[in-house]
Design a protein around this ligand. Structure first.
Ligand code: NDP
Ligand code: 2IT
Length: 444
């Protein structure tokens, strides 16, 4: 059995009931076969892959908080500090009832390679809780965030581990967590990113993941003599990533006709009205039915169905495993030319393989959504120098990072004989830097 397959088998055996983690490890390690083949004796001796798939540290803790009726609730908090070979652990905090250790490990594992691909000095980590922010009052959200940080604060720091947002964690939650960290440490430092603009947050961080997704897609299309102008796009999700992906797609001349949340989806033949979507999701925190009520050109459908829409480009921006094989087949049947992943691992393994076989331009999450964490690293730089850059400066750097990232994964894919396969390109390019750093730092 190959070294890669041995390690995959051990991961499955040693981490039972963590299917998303198995999926992420399998995809990455199988793509690394060509690199491993060239270095097998050394990698085996140094147990490089075993060290790569085992988090440096994983924390699991109780989070008790009191609701508005005086009832106490107990949630579980997690932080997985996966790999610090190239910089402090960096990655978001997910607040969603589906969160468990396996989900956080899959996200933390992906984050190692994504962060490496940004070209910036950040290691991989992820955290969160099975707390459900939906329907909670601001005071309840604050109570949860303060309790969560009361344990987490002792494990993080501006040069140790710098969490940020993810599903269910936006500016409001980051603000409450930052306030509690500062109070406990008596220290004002860049310990979280995605902060408010008047206390160390970076301009363009809110937009960065969605904008970055469109910047890398635009570059990949340009390299094929294509452009976004006049393209019809299907987007899933209606949160931070989806909203700013739609906004930038429109700025670049495309028309986005769908968005979705966990209860249903919108088809808007006139193109999604981003201002209305922001008002409903960012200000009112309401459901998408409110969008259809306010917009005559829009139709609301219950359940899932975004990928049945005829489109040129698909941008899954909601959650993992939301684009299945049947969806991929439908998209191809409808003439899709590109799929770029805004969410983390939104395509199932068989959907990904099918899209690659069909030679659809496929930009995998760890490359396509890296603009968010890249801009978080720019926020860390600004915090370190105690300066605040303009929107234009951050946005320009984000564009440069995404364009370089595309060429980096394109070159890596070509170098190993997988031209156009950016799953292989991203995994190899992300891995090489981390592996070299781990090698240089000895057996730790
Ligand atoms: P938000 O919480 O802002 O939005 C998430 C959106 O996805 C909501 O519309 C939500 O619907 C929907 N959604 C979440 N879970 C499910 C589910 N199980 N089934 C169906 N729909 C679901 O999160 P983000 O936009 O920040 O994150 C979206 C994705 O992008 C995630 O995969 C995240 O890991 C990834 N990502 C985020 C980055 C960031 O900077 N924020 C950076 C890189 C990747 P509802 O409101 O009904 O729950
Ligand atoms: O998945 C991700 O890259 C994020 N949720 C953003 C992490 C960050 O540190 O900005």
């Amino acid at each position: 059995m190959s070294y890669v397959n041995e390690v995959i088998d051990r991961v499955i055996q040693e981490n039972p009931n963590e299917p998303e983690f198995h999926q992420a490890v399998k995809e990455v390690l199988l793509s690394l076969e060509p690199v491993v083949a060239q270095n097998e004796a050394q990698f085996r001796r140094d147990a490089l892959l075993e060290r790569l798939v085992n988090p440096e540290r994983q924390l699991k803790f109780r989070v008790s908080w009191i609701d508005d009726n005086g009832q106490v609730h107990v949630n579980t908090g997690y932080r997985v500090q996966f790999n610090s070979a190239i910089g402090p652990y960096k990655g978001g905090l997910r607040l969603h009832p589906s969160v468990n250790l396996g989900i956080i490990k899959f996200l933390g594992f992906e984050q190692i390679f994504k962060n490496s691909l940004t070209g910036l000095p950040i290691g991989g980590g992820k955290g969160g809780s099975d707390f459900d922010p939906k329907g909670k009052s601001d005071r309840e959200i604050m109570a949860f965030c303060q309790s969560f940080m009361t344990e987490l604060f002792r494990h993080i720091g501006a040069d140790t581990d710098v969490p940020a947002g993810d599903i269910g964690t936006g500016a409001r939650e980051i603000g409450f967590m930052f306030g509690q960290y500062k109070r406990l440490r008596n220290q004002f430092e860049g310990v979280l990113t995605g902060k408010g603009l008047n206390f160390g947050g970076s301009l363009a961080r809110t937009e960065a993941t969605g904008y970055g997704l469109l910047y890398i897609l635009d570059e990949a299309l340009k390299c094929r003599g294509l452009s976004l102008t006049g393209k019809t796009i299907a987007v899933s999700g209606a949160g931070n990533v989806a909203i700013y992906a739609i906004e930038k797609a429109h700025q670049l001349g495309a028309k986005v006709v769908t968005c979705s949340d966990s209860t249903g989806w919108i088809y808007d033949e006139a193109g999604i009205d981003v201002a209305l979507l922001k008002e409903i999701k960012e200000v009112k925190r309401a459901r998408l039915t409110a969008y259809a009520d306010a917009r005559p050109s829009a139709v609301y459908h219950e359940g899932r169905g975004v990928w049945s829409t005829k489109c040129d480009i698909a941008l899954p921006c909601a959650t993992q495993n939301e684009l299945h094989l049947a969806d991929a087949e439908q998209l191809v049947k409808n003439g899709v030319i590109a799929v770029a992943e805004g969410a983390n691992m939104p395509s199932t393994e068989d959907a990904t393989n099918y899209l690659l076989e069909q030679k659809i331009l496929f930009l995998p999450a760890k490359a396509a959504n890296a603009g968010g964490v890249a801009t978080s690293a720019l926020e860390m730089s600004q915090n370190s120098e105690r300066l605040h850059w303009t929107f234009e400066k951050v946005d320009k750097k984000l564009q440069e990072i995404m364009v370089n990232l595309y060429h980096n994964i394109d070159d890596a894919a070509k170098k190993y004989g997988f031209e156009g396969n950016y799953v292989v390109g991203a995994n190899i390019a992300g891995f090489e830097k981390v592996a070299q750093a781990m090698n240089a730092q000895g057996i730790v």
